[in-house]
Design a protein around this ligand. Structure first.
Ligand SMILES: [Mn+2]
Length: 358
């Protein structure tokens, strides 16, 4: 595996490339062109400039998170082929610039959902949290308002103001899309992009839906082992793979994370590894990465990744806000750096122990 760190670009991130470079063991960043809209073609020039900026700081681009998929493609409306053509062009340009891993998601309307962006924990840190009852009682438009007030001045991926303005319209557009239809539209998209992925060896890594169940009556499909294996066999090409995100699949306590990892051997192209602490089965908060701070056994997750021969980029995921830092919720420097170091420590121990036992 290669330890990496997500970076939103210098105009959007409070964390600098110089800071990332000083985190032990981190040599790659996962980045994006944050000012592009879903459906835009990413030009080779912009991609090259992004790469050069990262490389000038002594790091390299390990992959893209994300190239977002236009709603027309998810809905399967009359404009989808045009937007898929644009997507293919972007993939080709990334391939020409020697970038070979692309994370994306297929979630309708909301990229991810939390009910609190700064829940106070007993140690004074704050974390993002989710209470199912609060979402069930809430109007989706109000969700946008409550999230918008608490972003520390940042624009969060999936919660861009342009989308908030269109939320009613988006719900209307998805009204005839159920789980089966969404699966079909995903299959159509993947079948069209696989040739360019094969030509340029681009590994597509779908991010799971977060939380891993339906919110506001919208369809959600990338939520459990059964569905993800269905997706893998539906387009049975090694370039059709997944981002294994422990914090997203883990929102459903019935998902056995190490077992899911083992079932996806050869198809995990990117990993987000973080911990959650469940207070009840429907109320969770994002914990420190350390096993004892949350509900997951992080050793077992890393061991499963090791056992399947995972060799892609991995990154710490949402961190707590600690030490007075002001940053995009989940994306401060300090707690994610602690997370990277902890995951590297687990990995070193697993590798050495395994070699000793040979
Ligand atoms: Mn994730």
């Amino acid at each position: 595996m290669e330890m990496t760190f997500r970076w939103f670009g210098k105009d959007y991130d409070t964390v600098t490339l110089e800071q990332i470079r000083q985190i032990p063991g981190v040599k790659g960043v996962i980045t994006t062109l944050y000012d592009t809209m879903p459906g835009d073609i990413w030009s080779r020039e912009r991609i090259r400039m992004m790469k050069e900026e990262v490389e000038a700081s002594g790091l390299h681009v390990s992959g893209i998170e994300s190239v977002n998929v236009h709603d027309s493609i998810k809905i399967g409306d009359k404009d989808r082929d045009r937007y898929i053509d644009n997507y293919i062009e972007t993939l080709k340009n990334l391939g020409e610039e020697d970038i070979h891993m692309v994370c994306y998601n297929f979630m309708p309307v909301f990229d991810w959902t939390r009910t609190e962006l700064a829940r106070l924990r007993p140690d004074g840190s704050t974390v993002m949290a989710y209470t199912k009852e609060a979402v069930d009682a809430l109007d989706p438009e109000k969700m946008f308002d409550s999230i918008a007030g608490d972003m520390n001045g940042s624009v969060m991926p999936g919660w861009e103001p342009e989308r908030m303005e269109r939320v009613k319209e988006l719900f209307e557009m998805y009204k005839d899309v159920d789980d089966d239809k969404l699966f079909e539209n995903l299959k159509y998209f993947l079948e069209r992009i696989m040739p360019v992925c094969n030509e340029y060896d681009i590994k597509m890594a779908i991010h799971p839906d977060d939380p891993a169940w339906s919110v506001f009556g919208l369809p959600r499909i990338i939520i459990n082992k059964e569905n993800i294996l269905k997706m893998m066999s539906m387009v049975d090409d090694p370039h059709n793979g997944v981002t294994f995100c422990s914090g997203s699949y883990g929102t459903n306590i019935n998902n056995d994370l190490p077992d899911m990892i083992r079932s996806l051997k050869g198809r995990i192209h990117f990993a987000h590894v973080r911990n959650l602490k469940f207070n009840t089965p429907t109320d969770f908060e994002e914990a420190a990465h350390l096993s004892e701070d949350g509900s997951f056994d992080m050793y077992e997750i890393m061991k499963a990744l090791y056992d399947i021969g995972f060799d892609g980029p991995i990154r710490p995921d949402h961190g707590r806000m600690i030490w007075g830092e002001k940053a995009m919720p989940g994306y401060g420097l300090y707690d994610r750096a602690l997370g990277a170091t902890y995951l590297n420590g687990l990995w070193e121990a697993i590798v050495k122990e395994s070699e000793r036992c040979k």
